[in-house]
Ligand binder design. Structure first.
Ligand SMILES: Nc1nc2c(ncn2[C@@H]2O[C@H](COP(=O)(O)OP(=O)(O)O)[C@@H](O)[C@H]2O)c(=O)[nH]1
Ligand SMILES: [Mg+2]
Length: 449
């Protein structure tokens, strides 16, 4: 099992690295499973496999993606520039300055307040996006969805009170279960605006729960120059333009504080959840593809088992032959679907196997009782019945038992990739144990359905 820091110990650099590594191992195992066992379906599964590979790379690099969202001209590009410390993204008062998503990377250490401050070895990627109202309708929705899906943390940049479009966009983003920081930019133009005022605008309870005033930060990313008139004692006056300094320090420190405590938790939770979705989709495709073959197999083995049991009864080997047939059926299904029969699946399968044997045993008792009753009747028709019924009952029991075993085996194989000690489910559970109630990531899982 993954050995992660217990919740009461402070999250250290080691714990972050371990968390990233555990999630990386989980996704690598998943990729390996599909590349090894489903090579024949690789073209059908290519898009999902590629996305898994991207997740794998991201986790290997301890990468956290921070994307700026918002309507046009709220200062998304300006906020990211100020955070980066250099003008890397184009800004401007006109619509359409930022045409498509762009990004830049920096280490979290670049944000150390003092050189001796020991920040986590985490890579940040700042992603700039066009305004949500900037690109044409459908394309906008898709682009926002795509970037939103990938980002680990969202900076939603606004200026002044929120518009209905912004509230709508925020609700949609909240449904993605991502941490959102609401950046109240252009503080120089709206000095009176308070986070509580913005929070009062939320009518969506999900949103109000996800973004509290603590997740709102005021910034002045690119203050407009103001005209200053200097009056000299002798009556002369001089008018100059002055620019107050940009201020994104509070936002930067807020991000540092969140990332120091929970960068790996935020990132890996989202990566593993995404991996599970991809896995479920792929398994569905694989099962559909192999379904006809598997159904044929189940019929063959059930019929074979019924026949074997009938013959076995004379030798007193029917239970043994029944069990053997069930085992062969399970092995056949595992091969047909291309999923390995793991110990875990086998363990989960045993009760059904035993029940299948139980059916045979009961059918033997019932047959004995029936043939005793029927041989008492002397007439011709009844003696034929007396031969057929005792033979039919165990055959039906054999077939039914095999059918149940097949069903249980299919269920186990379906969940095989996700389960197990290195499975995404196990790793996610271990990671969630590290969450403390005060964390942003804890709030995300609690809203998850
Ligand atoms: N007064 C003021 N203007 C800002 C501030 N931040 C950005 N701007 C200006 O708003 C305009 C739009 O900024 P930009 O970053 O391009 O917005 P984007 O479309 O959201 O990326 C630019 O002219 C910026 O100079 C701010 O804090 N105060
Ligand atoms: Mg921009």
């Amino acid at each position: 099992l993954v050995d992660l820091a217990p919740p009461d110990r402070p999250v250290t650099a080691v714990a972050h690295a371990q968390t990233f590594a555990a999630a990386h191992a989980s996704i690598t195992a998943l990729l390996h499973l599909h590349q090894h066992y489903h090579a024949g379906l690789s073209s059908e599964l290519r898009p999902q496999l590629e996305q898994l590979e991207q997740l794998q790379t991201k986790l290997k690099q301890n990468l956290v993606q921070i994307a700026a969202f918002g309507l046009v001209s709220r200062g998304k590009s300006a906020v990211l520039n100020a955070l980066y410390g250099e003008k890397v993204f184009q800004t401007g008062p006109l619509n359409g300055v930022t045409q498509w998503p762009r990004s830049i990377r920096l280490p979290l250490r670049a944000w150390a307040a003092q050189p001796q401050e020991n920040l986590e070895p985490i890579q940040l990627e700042l992603v700039d996006t066009p305004g949500l109202d900037e690109v044409a309708g459908a394309a906008r929705g898709q682009m926002a969805q795509a970037v939103g899906q990938e980002a680990d943390l969202i900076l939603f940049v606004t200026a002044g009170p929120l518009t209905p479009t912004e509230l709508q966009a925020l609700s949609e983003l909240a449904a993605l279960h991502k941490p959102i920081i609401l950046v109240l930019n252009k503080q120089d133009l709206y000095p009176e605006l308070q986070p509580e005022q913005i929070h009062a605008q939320f009518t969506d309870p999900n949103l109000a729960h996800l973004i509290t005033p603590a997740e709102m930060v005021m910034t002045t990313a690119a203050p407009a120059p103001v005209q200053v008139r200097q009056q000299w004692p002798d009556g002369r006056s001089l008018t100059t333009w002055e620019t107050i300094p940009a201020n994104v320090q509070v936002l930067q420190q807020k991000l540092v504080q969140i990332l120091q405590a929970e960068a790996s938790l935020i990132s890996t939770t989202q990566a593993l959840t995404k991996a599970q979705q991809l896995e479920q989709f792929m398994v569905e495709q694989i099962f559909q593809h192999h379904q006809p073959q598997a159904e044929q197999l189940i019929w063959q083995y059930s019929a074979g088992k019924a026949l074997g049991v009938l013959i076995g009864r004379w030798l007193g080997l029917d239970l043994l032959l029944g069990l053997l047939a069930d085992l062969l059926l399970v092995r056949g299904l595992s091969k047909a679907y291309g999923f390995p029969m793991t110990n875990l699946i086998a363990q989960q399968l045993w009760p059904t196997m035993l029940r299948s044997m139980g059916f045979l045993l009961c059918s033997n008792l019932l047959t004995g009782w029936l043939s005793d009753g029927l041989t008492g009747l002397e007439s011709m028709e009844f003696s034929t019945l007396g031969n057929i019924i005792p033979a039919l009952v165990p055959m039906i029991a054999a077939g039914y038992g095999a059918y149940q075993v097949a069903n249980r085996a299919q269920l186990g194989l379906r969940q095989g990739g996700i389960g197990g000690p290195q499975g995404t489910q196990t790793t996610l559970q271990a990671i969630r144990q590290q969450l403390r109630p005060s964390m942003l990531a804890a709030r995300l899982t609690s809203t998850m359905v």
